[in-house]
Design a protein around this ligand. Sequence first.
Ligand SMILES: Nc1nc2c(c(=O)[nH]1)N[C@@H](CNc1ccc(C(=O)N[C@@H](CCC(=O)N[C@@H](CCC(=O)N[C@@H](CCC(=O)O)C(=O)O)C(=O)O)C(=O)O)cc1)CN2
Ligand code: MET
Ligand SMILES: [Zn+2]
Length: 766
Amino acid sequence: MIKAHILGYPRVGANRELKVALEAFWKSAPGEEARHEAALEQTARQLRETHWQKQIDAGLAFISVNDFSCYDHVLDHTVLFGATPPRFGFAGRPLQAQDYFALARGNAEQPALEMTKWFDTNYHYLVPELSAETEFSINAHAFLLQIDQALTTGAELKPVLLGPMSWLYLGKSRDAGFDRLILLPALCAQYAALLSELKLRGIAWVQIDEPVLALDLDARWLAAFADAYARIRDHRPKLLLTTYFESVARYVGAVTALPVDGLHIDLVRAPEQLAAWLAALPSHWVLSAGVVDGRNVWRNDLDKTLQLLQPVAQQLGDRLWIAPSCSLLHVPVSLAQELSVDNEIRSWLAFADEKLRELQLLQQALNHGVDSVAAEFQAARKAIASRGASPRVHNESVQQRLQHLPQLSAERSSPFAERRLAQQKRLRLPLLPTTTIGSFPQTADIRASRAAFRRGELSAEDYTLAMQQNIRHAIEQQLALDLDVLVHGEAERNDMVEYFGEQLAGYVFSQYGWVQSYGSRCVKPPIIYGDVHRPLAMTVAEARYAQSLTSKPVKGMLTGPVTMLQWSFVRDDQPRETTALQLALAIRDEVADLQQAGIAIIQIDEPAFREGLPLQQAKWAQYLAWAVRAFKLSASVAEDSTQIHTHMCYSEFNDILPSIAAMDADVITIETSRSAMELLDGFGEFDYPNDIGPGVYDIHSPRVPSVEAMTALLKRAIEVIPVERLWVNPDCGLKTRGWPETIAALQHMVAAARQLRHEKLNHKAA
Ligand SMILES: Nc1nc2c(c(=O)[nH]1)N[C@@H](CNc1ccc(C(=O)N[C@@H](CCC(=O)N[C@@H](CCC(=O)N[C@@H](CCC(=O)O)C(=O)O)C(=O)O)C(=O)O)cc1)CN2
Ligand code: MET
Ligand SMILES: [Zn+2]
C-alpha cells in the first residue's frame, strides 16, 4: 500500500486559538500567570489533538508530531538540545514558560534571539546563537510529553525533527572566524540520544528535515552531512530525510550516500528533479513525493498528479509515499468557514484540510484504482476546468497594457543628482531629516472600530470618521515631536498587503485564512486569481486628508509590487514575473494619482524584496532583473520633484546591493539597528549613490533606547555615508507598538538628530 502523510500542520488553529492563548498569557496580571499558563498548555494540547484527529480521519499513514510549537520550531530545537545562549543564564536547568518566551521576545535584562525569514517564506524563525561556548544538553521533557500525548491516539506516529545540519546552518555567530561546524559532533550526540529514546518508544519512522539542502552548499558542508549522519546511524527509528522549496538533485551523489531510509522531495517547486531521483534512489529507500502544494492555496489537478505518480508507483510500489510539497504551516487551516468567497472561486481553492482530503483521494486512486474515487475526481476535474476557462481570470485591458509594456520606460526622467535639486527646492528639509516608516500603533480601539464596521455595527461614514480621527491624532503627535517628514499612520489598513488586495481587481480575500508570520502574529495573505488592475484610487483620500492638516510633507504610503506578490497567494497559471508586472502597473497608477493630489513624497515599501530572491544563486539574476523592473515601473511615473522612498526590513542586502541601487529610489530606509549598523558598511563600501535612512532603533521591542545610543549609531553611519545623504528613522513601522513607548522613543530620536545637526553645522561654521 502506498502511504500518504504530511510534513506538518498549521499551528495557530482555525480561529487563531493559539494566538489568543499566548497573548492572554503574556498579558497576565500579577497572580494570574499560573492560570493563563495552564490555559495555554490546555489550548496547545487541544490543538494538537484536533490536528491529529484530522490526519487520522484523512486516512494518513502517520500523525505528525512535534510540528506544533508554542512560538517557533527552530527555537524549540535550540531548547530541546540545551543550546540557549549563555547570556540568558538558563543552562543546566529545565526551562519555565517565561524563560522560553524570554528567548523569543526578550526580557528586562536581555534582548530576544534574532529573528529572520525561514527560507523564501513570510514565516520567521529565531536564530540559534552560536559561539565557542555553546554547549548541548538534552532537555526533552516537553518533547516526550507530546510523544506520549500522541501515543494515546493509538495512531502510528511520525515525529518531526529539524536536522542537525539545518539547525547549525541556520544558526549565527557574532565571533568573527568562529566555525559552526566545530559544534557538530557534540550536537549529533544529542540527536543520537534522542533518536534512541524514540526507538525505545516503538517509533518506526522519524522525519528529519534538512531544508538547507535546497541552498548552495559548499564541499565542506556537504562533507559534514556525511559526518553528521554517520554519527546518528545506530539505534534509531528509520529516517525520512526531508527537503523542500527547491530541487536537491544536484546533490544526488552526496544524499544517496547518507545512511538514511528515505527521502522527501518537493515536486511542486521542482518537478524536474523526479527523474534524477528515480534513477539513483537506493533500493531500500522510500521516496516521498511532495505533490500537493504546501505553499499555495490552489486545488490540486488530481488527474495530472495521478498521471505523474502512476509510473512512479509502478517502479517503486510500496516504497512510494505521497505528501504535500512542504509543511502546511504556510497555508490557512480550512475553507469550511470561508462563506464570503463566492462559490466559483471557492471551488478552485484548497487550504490545509482540503489538502488532507486531496492526499486521501490520490492515495485511494493509487491503491484501489481511480474508479474507486471517480465522483471526487470528477468534481476536481470540473473545478480545474472552470478555473482554466473562467472569463474572470482574464482582463483584456490588462493584457493590452502588458503587451505595450516593452515600450514603457521604467526610468525616471532625470538622474538622481538632478532630481535631488528639484526635491530640495520643493521640500526644504534640514540636514539629517527625521521621519518614520509609515504605521503608528494599531490600537485596540482601531481594531475594534474595524471589527464593528465589518459586522455592520458601524456605518461606512462613522468608520471613515473614526479613521480620520486616528490620522489626525498621528499627525498631531508627529507635529509635537517636530518630525520633518510625516506619515498618516496607516490606521485604516488591516495589513499592508491585505488592504491593497481588497481594493485591487483580480484578488479575493479570505475571512479566516490566517497564516503564522512569527509567534502570535499572523497574516491573511490575499489571493490573486486573475489579471490585476486598480479600478479606483486606493490611498488618495487618506493621503489628502492627512496632508490637509499640516504644511509639512506627509508621505504617501504604498506597498510595492514585489512585496504584494511575495505576501499574497499567487496564480500558478502564469509566471510570477507577469503577475509582478501587473501589480507594478496598478501601483504606478496610484503613484500618479497621489502625485496629482499634490503629495510630494511617495514611499513604495519593498520589505519582501530580499525574501523573494531565489534560494539558488544561479537563479538570482533573472529574478533581480524583473523585480527591479517591476519596482521601477511603479515609481518612474514620478516627476523629478516628487521624492520616491522605499523601505526594506529584516534583510541581508549586502549580496544584492547593485540591484538595490538600480531601483533608484531617492531615499531608502532600512533595518540596521539590531546588527549594529554592520549592514551599512556594505552600503558604504559599495558607494550606494542615493539617500539612506538606516534604522536607529529596534521597533520590535518596547524598550526605549537612549539619545546617546541613537547618536552613537548615527555617528557610525556618518563614517560610511556622507551626512548630506543620511536620514534618521526607526527600523520599521510602529504598528505593533503602544503609543507611550513610541512617543518616548521618537523624542529621543529627534533629539539625537538635532544634536548631530548642530554639531555638523557648528563644525562647518568653525
Ligand atoms: N503581510 C505582512 N507580512 C509581514 C509584515 C506585515 O506587516 N504584513 N511585517 C513583517 C513582520 N510580520 C508581521 C505579521 C503580522 C503582524 C500583525 O500585526 N498581525 C496582526 C493582524 C493584523 C490584521 O490583519 N488585523 C486585522 C484583524 C485584527 C483582528 O484580529 N481583529 C479581531 C477583532 C479585534 C477587536 O475587536 O478589537 C478579530 O477579527 O477577531 C485588522 O486590523 O482589521 C496580528 O497577528 O495580530 C505584524 C508583523 C514581515 N511580514
Ligand atoms: C514590514 S515593512 C512595514 C512598512 C509599513 N509602511 C509600516 O510602517 O508598517
Ligand atoms: Zn519594515
